[in-house]
Design a protein around this ligand. Structure first.
Ligand code: THU
Length: 133
């Protein structure tokens, strides 16, 4: 974890947050993550007049990850409109799990935690592989 520049990652999340489209909740969110091969990807929330269709910041981040070459995430941070650390919602923990390297570290409201700690006993790609064998 010493090689991760959390201050820099937080700044990227804040910059992403400034692009949020959140006219309905008025709750902008920015997310940033580091990939195994050293890229930084980010995203912001994008809401919709059909409220349920709103996209969390993590959705944009995962899209950015895939579009920029894919790979696995090793570190993640997320912030609200005040720049304070925000926990990814349950759905987004699942979204992140799919693209996480084992032991991916998240900056959380209660310190640094691994993806396995914030989404214990997660359902994931391996469950599908095991079934299809
Ligand atoms: N939101 C995110 O972008 N990520 C999260 O992990 C939590 C919630 C967004 C969704 C919605 O646009 C706004 O925050 C208020 O819920």
């Amino acid at each position: 974890m010493t090689s991760i520049d959390w201050d820099a990652l937080r700044e990227v999340a804040k910059k992403a947050m400034a692009h949020a489209y959140a006219p309905y909740s008025k709750f902008p969110v920015g997310a940033a993550a580091l990939t195994e091969d050293g890229r930084v990807v980010s995203g912001c929330n994008v809401e919709n007049a059909s409220y349920g269709l709103g996209l969390c910041a993590e959705c944009g981040l995962v899209s950015n990850l895939t579009m920029s070459g894919g790979g696995k995430l090793v570190a993640f941070t997320c912030c609200d409109g005040n720049g304070n650390i925000l926990m990814p919602c349950g759905r987004c923990r699942q979204l992140l799990f799919e693209h996480s390297a084992p032991g991916m570290v998240l900056e959380t409201v209660s310190g640094f935690k691994t993806i396995e700690e914030v989404l214990p006993d997660a359902f994931g790609p391996r469950d599908l592989e095991a079934f299809n064998k």
